[in-house]
Design a binder for this molecule. Structure first.
Ligand code: NAG
Length: 439
């Protein structure tokens, strides 16, 4: 990362095109012209969140911008200028005679290419034959159209709860909780829920709450549960499973935290933060109480695999970790004045000669245990390693602030290409490296 204080006049010395944007009025969607005021900057700032610089990725050796951030592209002087068309997600480089970045490559609000469309799914745009992104005219905003054809006049893809009927998205019948229906608008599927109440279809094809209170999926028939809720983490509360009558009852195994599809089939044992001994699952699928003090996770054979925070696994036991003199050392058992190998916290490496932890010296680097030390092995969550492994840069945003869900955890090699999303259980990267909901 090129820090302004470290290289105050690099751009000037190398006569690079280093500018930053001052007071650029944020163009609202569909809004009018944007006012620009370019002034040369002292340094290039490659932090994509720095408002002075609209560069997504900067070459850290010559401070030239490699990739502009979303909605910006290079103008004829290699500065990142806002796409002329406010509906562009990405636009092409400006050319002589067309001084501002103009032709749209991707349009805003198009599913699978625009991550922000998931936070704002009812803003459909399309690209016309000359590369302009225009608002769909097929129907009003927020009436279920997700994507329209190249003329804008026909919708081709609808949001959940809508069906495509002759180029228009129409609301499904069956009530608010209906997720899917055919062109006859009769509801065929209700919305999935993370917490009860969940909804299922009754005989009249309306989405009504599941008959069982602990049910999370009774989609086809509100009286027949397919999946019941788990126990609450950290409370020792047993999970629920489907019983013989199609309702939900507590898991048959008293130490089971998760048996969603059947009371008699345990998927995971309780993780009870208040118990001195944590349960584990033996090879037969039964939950057994652990026997090692301060052990968090066991092998199926009952040996400790991982200790609680503040303890270290050693010879099958969990040893208490004393407070170390070196604040960056987490493991100094035997001598609080000297750190043990592999005992340093994220962002610090262990020096065997000093027996102390030394900083990686790379901002947002979590681990630098390989030689040479000027290289980083792994960045902290939300940052990606550059190609030379000499720095960590923030992964491109995947959703608008302030919710910022999903966000990208891993983007090594290309901050615009996410390889691990958060929450990983709900989002995964698509072929373009964007975080999209798991099916
Ligand atoms: C695309 O839209 C722009 C802006 O409205 C317009 O100037 C251009 O003529 C359109 N191109 C075509 C082929 O319709």
């Amino acid at each position: 990362m090129v820090r302004p204080a470290a290289l105050p006049s690099l751009c000037g010395l190398l006569a690079l095109q280093c500018f930053f944007l001052l007071g650029a009025a944020e163009s609202s969607i569909g809004g009018g012209e944007v006012q620009f005021a370019w002034v040369p900057s002292e340094t290039c700032v490659d932090d994509p969140y720095d408002p002075r610089w609209n560069c997504q990725e900067c070459n850290q050796f010559d401070s030239k911008c490699l990739v502009c951030k979303a909605g910006y592209s290079f103008d004829t002087q290699n500065r990142c200028a806002k796409c002329w068309n406010p509906n562009c997600l990405t636009c092409g480089r400006a050319v002589a005679g067309m001084p501002r970045a103009n032709t749209c490559i991707l349009c805003k609000g198009v599913p699978d290419s625009d991550p922000f469309s998931y936070g704002n799914p009812n803003y459909p745009t399309y690209k016309n034959a000359t590369g302009w992104c225009l608002k769909c005219t097929s129907q009003a905003a927020n009436t279920g159209c997700l994507q329209c054809d190249g003329t804008g006049a026909r919708c081709i893809r609808c949001n959940d709860g809508y069906a495509l009927v002759r180029g228009q998205c129409q609301r499904c019948g069956g009530g608010e909780q209906c997720r899917k229906c055919g062109p006859d608008l009769v509801c065929t599927e209700c919305r999935a829920q993370l917490y009860p109440p969940a909804y299922g279809l009754n005989q009249a094809k309306e989405c009504v709450p599941c008959a069982s209170q602990q049910c999370l999926d009774c989609n086809a028939n509100y009286k027949q549960c397919k999946k019941c809720m788990d126990g609450a983490v950290g409370t020792g509360q047993r999970g629920y499973g489907v019983n013989a009558a199609g309702g939900c009852s507590l898991c048959a195994d008293k130490l089971c935290g998760k048996c969603p599809t059947s009371v008699s089939k345990c998927w995971a044992c309780l993780s009870d933060d208040f118990k001195p001994f944590y349960p584990y699952m033996d090879p037969s699928g039964a939950c057994k109480a652990g026997t090692v003090p301060n052990c968090l996770h066991y092998t199926p054979a009952g040996a400790c695999r991982e200790c609680k925070a503040g303890y270290k696994l050693d010879g099958g036991r969990c040893d208490f970790l004393p407070k170390c003199r070196d604040v960056n050392c987490l493991d100094c058992r035997g001598d609080v004045n000297a750190c043990r190998a592999r005992g340093c916290r994220d962002g610090w490496w262990y020096s065997p000669t000093l027996k102390l932890c030394q900083s990686c010296g790379i901002s947002k680097c979590a681990s630098c245990n390989t030689q040479p030390r000027a290289r980083c092995d792994r960045c902290v969550a939300g940052f990606g390693l550059n190609a030379g492994k000499t720095g960590c840069s923030k992964c491109a945003p995947q959703s608008p602030e302030p919710q910022n869900v999903p966000w990208c955890q891993r983007c090594d090699g290309n901050t615009n290409f996410c390889t691990l999303c958060f929450p990983a259980g709900q989002y995964k990267p698509n072929a373009l490296g964007r975080c999209v909901p798991r099916a």
